[in-house]
Design a protein around this ligand. Structure first.
Ligand code: ATR
Length: 282
């Protein structure tokens, strides 16, 4: 689809940005719904972020995604921050309403929608383990709290960070922190175990965040990583009778929520997923 003055414009800010799959995914969504929209990747260095945000207003971009390393820093330059994004402390989606910029975080809710739809489960009353205590863990943990699980354990290499994260989300759910050695103790209690660390991501595909022998058959084992689509950890867990859930859906659904905030229309999930799959170098 060509662009003209009636084309709604969108983009993603990041550094690096060359390998982003967001343009392919969103342009496929516009095409699937017959929307006259165009989504472009912008290489924005940290020193240029303020100017780039002003550029959203000046050039009338309707929406922007924000990725590494700008998710925290961008908050300073926006007019309004959604409550969830404020609690998580990161923005990945900006909506431009006639020059007023509002920031959202769709990573956590995107992950939760992917988990529920792809594993066909309800999360209310579930017992969930999150491995990792960084920014990704925080977004996922907060979004999971909204689903009213029975308990969330945060397991991390650095136990202090696990305890801090669990403590800071106490107003929203029942959470506790532990070291990685705590995983063996809760083997029989965990319904779902989620890796939010980068351990196992390309090119370090032989690494694993934990030993899948620590989990029972039937447990859902989930990984935020989507390169590779199935990490070694997921493959081994599946061999042991666990249910594997990969990270591609999180990427698709975080984009789907952004698309829905921008356009007000239900996102064409299948077209978006297919476009990303086709663009991956598998
Ligand atoms: P992100 O925003 O992607 O979550 P982050 O805030 O740097 O990134 O957090 C990375 C998480 O992965 C942390 O929980 C980190 O553990 P520590 O808190 O102990 O640093 C975890 N992590 C990264 N590399 C790891 C490794 N090789 N083994 C175990 N945990 C690792």
């Amino acid at each position: 689809m060509g662009t003209d003055s009636s084309t709604q414009r969108f983009g993603v800010f990041g550094d690096p940005i060359a390998h982003t799959k967001s343009p392919v995914m969103h342009n496929a969504a516009f095409q699937a719904l017959g929307i006259n929209g165009n989504y472009t990747a912008f290489h924005v260095k940290p020193a240029d972020l303020k100017q780039a945000v002003q550029g959203i207003r000046d050039s009338g971009l309707r929406g922007v995604n924000v990725t590494i390393p700008h998710k925290l820093a961008v908050m300073e330059w926006l007019d309004v921050i959604d409550e969830g994004a404020r609690i998580i402390g990161a923005v990945n989606t900006i909506v431009n309403d006639d020059g007023e910029l509002k920031g959202y975080n769709t990573d956590g809710i995107g992950y939760v929608r992917s988990l529920k739809e792809e594993c066909q489960i309800e999360l209310t009353g579930k017992r969930i383990v999150i491995i990792g205590a960084g920014g990704a863990a925080r977004g996922v943990a907060y979004a999971l709290c909204r689903e009213r699980p029975e308990h969330i354990w945060i397991a991390n290499r650095t136990i202090e960070r696990a305890n801090e994260l669990a403590q800071s989300l106490q107003p929203y759910g029942k959470l506790s922190g532990m070291g990685m050695d705590g995983l063996a103790d809760i083997k029989n209690e965990a319904d779902i175990v989620i890796n939010t660390t980068s351990v196992g991501m390309h090119p370090h595909v032989a690494d694993r965040p934990a030993d899948p022998a620590q989990f029972n058959a039937g447990t859902i084992i989930s990984d935020l990583i989507y390169n590779p689509l199935r990490t070694r950890w997921l493959q081994e867990a599946e061999t042991r009778g666990c249910i594997a859930h990969g990270g591609l859906g999180m990427f698709v659904y975080q984009g789907a929520y952004a698309f829905e905030y921008w356009t007000g229309k239900p996102a064409p999930i299948d077209a978006m997923r297919t476009a990303v799959m086709d663009s991956l170098e598998l």
